[in-house]
Design a protein around this ligand. Structure first.
Ligand code: TPP
Length: 192
């Protein structure tokens, strides 16, 4: 399973009211190209998708916030996952796309192989599901479960690194933020 296939599958599970926070590099580019706009595409520094997602989830309790993060970004901001478990926002969902590498910068190994994600999540009482070498059906079942769950949850997918030549996001971070703020200011559409 490739990361962009999981991102494409997500399209069928989210509503127009949901907001995605995507980690910098390849993942943000894929979210920009394959899902509706705007979303909170992070650019620049690693380690921020969970802290940004936590802030958005606490400030917007009626909205589902979905963080899509690479394993490198997740591990760089690991402390934020602990803070998130403490606050436990029910509307925050984390999708980890784990290729065991910093794919965006050329495939250097991350330290993902030394952590037992399941035990980490269990120790913090975080709802956790994992898919390895999986079928589209299993991905869809777990994505649906992630989005519908009524608690802070993580879905961890082991993916293969896959090169897609996608153009960079044409928006500056300030412009991305303004678009997201405008989207949030419109409020929730009841029919979605
Ligand atoms: C603090 C920091 N260190 C290094 C980089 C350079 N960098 C940009 S994206 C990236 C890899 C991100 O890895 P991961 O989150 O696993 O996503 P993947 O690229 O594998 O999809 C790196 C090392 C950066 N942007 N910020």
């Amino acid at each position: 399973m490739k990361g962009y296939e999981v991102i494409q599958a997500l399209k069928h599970h989210i509503s127009k009211n949901d907001l995605i926070v995507s980690s910098n590099g390849n993942i943000s580019r894929e979210v920009y190209h394959f899902l509706s706009k705007p979303q909170m595409y992070l650019r620049g520094s690693m380690g921020l998708p969970i802290p940004v997602g936590l802030g958005l989830a606490l400030a917007n309790p009626d909205r589902t916030i979905i963080v899509i993060t690479g394993d490198g970004n997740f591990l760089m901001g690991l402390g934020a996952a602990v803070s998130t478990a403490f606050y436990g926002p029910r509307n925050l969902k984390i999708l980890i796309l784990d290729n065991k590498q910093y794919f965006t910068t050329g495939g250097q190994k991350t330290v993902s192989s030394v952590i037992d994600y399941s035990k980490f999540a269990e120790s913090l009482n975080i709802r956790y599901r994992c898919s390895k070498k999986t079928s589209q059906n299993e991905i869809d079942t777990n994505l649906s479960d992630l989005i519908k769950s009524d608690t802070f949850s993580i879905f961890h997918v082991i993916i293969e690194g896959a090169k897609m030549d996608l153009k960079n996001i044409p928006w500056h971070p300030e412009e991305i933020t303004t678009r997201v703020m405008n989207f949030l200011a419109k409020g929730i559409h009841k029919s979605d």
